[in-house]
Design a binder for this molecule. Structure first.
Ligand code: KG4
Length: 348
């Protein structure tokens, strides 16, 4: 049971990967990103996403098999994301994976997308696997989720805190839209913030409950940015952005202040979580927002100060990918946690 084909279609990436769990080696990873299809709409359009998955899924899976220099006959297990995500998108990968398993008589495993992100920190740039000591703290931050987890073993983790409203990636994307950046906005915000040296110009309001709670909230931050733009004559609450006043200088300063503010919030939560779990020695930072070098470097510096190890995988393993799905499929197969072929989507 060592060759795992992983399939991921939960949102706007069609991805497949092959993982050898005996050798602890990723053999291939193939991905089609739909960003270009959605960017003119300023966000993911579910109907377009599922149609695109349908067009690409067989090509991407074949690509992953070719790169791994194997055929479907060599695959032992098919692992696929079954939740959470856009239902129409999930269904494409889920039905495709089921069909392969049924026709080729392969073992079948469903993988939770959030679990896959948490364990993506094991994937190294050279396709081998990190040796991360349990227990560790995982900060998982993407466009749909922001959570802190205590990870005790493969497949064994506890949610310590999560966003009570928007995800941090969503906050980046929404504010990016208000100041006229394309979708997704996180990377563009980082690029503009770099132009002014990551300074905090506008000192947006920080989360108030930092001292006790491990939960996050980002919707208030979005409102704070909005009202600040109103004050600067760059936004009208009835009609939206006043583009003549959304200057290049303002875009850079908003980007920079926002990025510093969100990084401060992460730092506060990391300090808090380690004060509550002092015995834990490692922090992992995963999910699409972990592609952000500024935040990653700040968290790495903080961990050094706190005498903790810090692990954040390559950006390609942080944003949605199938390698993390195949990896989770690998340890689930070792634990004999196979799924029934008649299991349903969005369920355990
Ligand atoms: O994990 P991911 O690819 O998809 C989800 O499962 O949500 O994360 C996408 C999110 C988007 O919100 C995007 O703006 C954000 O990750 N992101 C970034 C950066 N690159 C991607 N946020 C901040 N800085 C970046 N460099």
């Amino acid at each position: 049971m060592s060759i795992i084909l992983g399939i991921e279609t939960s949102c706007d990436e069609t991805a497949a990967a092959v993982y050898d769990s005996d050798k602890k080696l990723l053999l291939s990873g193939s991905i089609f990103s739909q960003i270009k299809l959605h960017e003119i709409y300023g966000g993911v359009v579910p109907e377009i996403a599922s149609r695109s998955h349908l067009e690409k899924i067989d090509i991407i899976v074949q690509h992953a098999l070719n790169d791994a220099k194997i055929t479907l006959n060599n695959v032992d297990v098919v692992a696929v994301t079954n939740k959470p995500g856009l239902v129409g998108s999930l269904l494409i990968g889920f039905c495709f994976a089921k069909a392969i398993s049924f026709v080729k008589n392969k073992k079948f495993i469903v993988v939770d997308h959030l679990e896959a992100h948490i364990f993506s920190s094991f994937l190294k740039d050279d396709f081998s696997v990190y040796d991360i000591e349990f227990p560790y703290i995982s900060l998982s931050v993407s466009g749909g989720n922001t959570g802190l987890y205590l990870v005790e073993d493969f497949g064994k983790f506890e949610l310590l805190g999560q966003t009570i409203d928007d995800a941090a990636g969503e906050a980046f994307d929404k504010i990016a839209k208000i100041i006229g950046f394309g979708y997704p906005g996180g990377a563009i915000i980082e690029e503009y913030a770099a132009k002014v040296g990551f300074k905090d110009f506008f000192n947006y309001t920080r989360t108030k409950d930092v001292s006790t709670s491990l939960n996050f909230t980002f919707s208030g931050l979005k409102t704070a940015v909005l009202y600040d733009l109103v004050k600067r004559g760059a936004y009208d609450l009835n009609s939206g952005p006043i583009w003549d006043n959304v200057t290049l200088d303002l875009k850079k300063k908003v980007s920079s202040s926002l990025l510093v503010c969100i990084s401060d919030i992460f730092e506060q939560k990391v300090k808090l979580v380690f004060s509550k779990y002092p015995q834990v020695k490692t922090l992992t930072f995963v999910g699409g927002v972990a592609c952000n070098k500024y935040i990653t470097e700040r968290l790495e510096r903080l961990c050094k100060k706190l005498n903790k190890k810090f692990v954040s995988p390559h950006c390609g393993f942080c944003s949605d990918n199938a390698a993390m799905v195949a990896f989770v499929g690998g340890y689930k197969a070792e634990q004999n946690k196979f799924s029934d072929l008649d299991c349903d989507i969005l369920k355990d």
